[in-house]
Design a protein around this ligand. Structure first.
Ligand code: NAD
Length: 471
């Protein structure tokens, strides 16, 4: 049983609507039904927005410090419930149980620091040039729609909802139709700390998402695919609604000829196969210098063969199922197309078990292969070779995406020079792309529009207002 600190709350259920249907959540490893939630009728969304607007003045007037203190105990609430939340997350999304636990614990453990950053970013600032004194306020926009994907089904709602709330917005969360139960459990815990209607949830698929975007919201915080992001940007243009879009990626890894080959191969396997490759910053393209390619591929095969495919509840499993059949078919089609067009299978491939894709290494790839161009979101490590650093940079940048990237090389000046020329928002040298505490999470090119975290990211959840007077 979840230890819900739920208050009596008028859920957005379908009790009064006879056309109500439910959303069934399936275990991606078995296809079995995990549970179901009521789908929010489109006709209810106007009322939900009305409730969010009514709750806004009191929440906004609390100020950022008091709102942060309201949210701070949520870290303990998450930790107190991790034993119930983690299995639900694995059952509904498929990732190995220790990773599910890690996702929840990381949200809890970082919450205090995030709230401190938010206070620092959003507190009023005073500027004085000797003649004029100005106070810069960071006010909430109003009602925020947070629309989230399934691949980190607790962290993604958390990531949208917490800064939006701390900034003083009221929030309507629309989680993925593939993972409604864990989002509902998260919501049920969080509303226990909040005044009525400051946070509400609606369930459904893109129809509910589109209706929410088209409703009278002031800010849309979206994490998901590039296509949906483009659609949302178009829809938001009518009222010039504010948007923050964190979208897909096709992250390159460049392995220079002086790289620590074993470390690079270990990173490549980890970053290609984590969460069955269903991570926005998975390594999706590996460019390795021809001079070291054979050694690199041998090491990559070794690390690939150490992966264990299976149900996320099985001991030692590192690669779980694909989220659904559509995603599985997309990945297998990309592998098959690459092989038909001359790619070599160095590991994996073959017959993929129902619900799963074998961790696979493909080599001899180029940009005529769809798998080197379109987002894969599956457990495939894709290797292409280059001759010069300039060629590697050109290949890495030959993509509409620009989320993360990594460069491996022992000459750090040379690696940094390559990194500076990559058109991604976040680039790691001999590591993944995530930055130090306080860094933004930012996609360049078609991987993002606006961004999260860091002082500037937090401020994107607010409207700046300047009030000035003569000295
Ligand atoms: P998706 O775009 O299909 O769906 C995401 C959410 O948007 C779901 O809740 C869905 O119901 C809703 N939705 C879909 N179309 C919509 C529309 N036109 N208007 C309003 N709402 C709409 O994405 P997904 O399959 O759930 O998630 C995978 C994608 O998310 C990948 O592309 C991945 O790279 C991306 N992602 C990006 C980041 C990041 O930080 N940049 C993080 C996680 C996932």
């Amino acid at each position: 049983m979840l230890h819900l600190r739920k208050k009596e709350y008028p859920m957005t259920t379908l009790t009064t609507d006879t056309s109500a249907t439910t959303l069934k959540s399936l275990n991606p490893a078995t296809g079995e039904v995990v549970g179901e939630v009521p789908i929010t009728p489109i006709s209810e969304i106007g009322n939900i927005i009305g409730n969010a607007k009514a709750a806004l003045p009191n929440w906004r007037n609390l100020g950022v410090k008091e709102r942060a203190e309201t949210l701070r105990p949520f870290a303990k609430v998450l930790l107190d419930n991790v034993d119930e939340l983690a299995p639900l997350l694995t059952k509904e999304m498929g990732k190995p149980l220790p990773e599910a636990r890690g996702e929840i614990e990381s949200c809890a453990n970082r919450l205090g620091e995030t709230l401190d950053e938010l206070i620092d970013a959003l507190d009023a600032e005073v500027l004085d040039d000797g003649k004029v004194t100005s106070t810069i306020y960071h006010d909430p926009f109003g009602v925020c729609a947070a629309i989230t994907p399934w691949n980190f089904p607790l962290a993604m709602p958390h990531w949208g909802v917490i800064p939006a709330l701390a900034a003083g917005n009221t929030v309507v969360l629309k989680p993925s139709e593939d993972t409604p139960l864990i989002a509902q459990a998260y919501f049920d815990l969080l509303i226990g700390l909040l005044p009525t209607d400051v946070l509400q949830i609606i369930h459904g698929d893109d129809e509910q998402g589109k209706a929410l975007v088209n409703s009278d919201v002031d800010l849309i915080v979206f994490t998901g695919s590039r296509d949906a992001g483009k659609h949302i940007l178009g829809s938001a243009s009518d009222g010039l609604k504010r948007v923050i879009l964190e979208l897909g990626g096709k992250d390159p890894l460049i392995v220079l000829d002086d790289a620590d080959i074993d470390a690079a191969a270990k990173f490549a396997a980890g970053s290609s196969f984590r969460n069955a490759g269903q991570v926005c910053v998975s390594t999706e393209r590996i460019y390795v210098d021809k001079k070291i390619a054979d050694q690199f591929e041998t090491a990559l095969i070794k690390y690939t063969n150490q992966q264990k495919l299976g149900d996320g509840f099985e001991e030692g499993v590192t690669v779980g199922p694909m989220i659904n059949d559509r995603q599985r078919e997309h990945v297998i089609n990309q592998i098959d197309e690459a092989v038909r067009q001359g790619a070599k299978v160095l590991a994996g491939g073959g017959e993929h078990p129902d619900h799963f894709v074998n961790p696979t290494v493909l080599s001899d790839l180029n940009h005529n292969h769809d798998i080197m161009c379109a987002e894969t979101f599956g457990p495939v490590a894709c290797v292409a070779k280059f001759s010069t650093d300039d060629e590697a940079i050109e290949l890495a940048n030959d993509s509409p995406y620009g989320l993360g990237a990594a460069v491996f090389g022992t000459d750090l000046d040379r690696a940094a020079n390559v990194a500076r020329q990559i058109q991604s928002g976040m680039i790691g040298i001999n590591k993944g792309c995530g930055g130090a505490s306080g860094s933004p999470w930012v996609g360049a090119k078609q991987s993002g529009f606006g961004y999260h975290s860091g002082k500037e990211g937090h401020r994107q959840f607010t409207q700046a207002r300047v009030v000035s007077k003569m000295k």
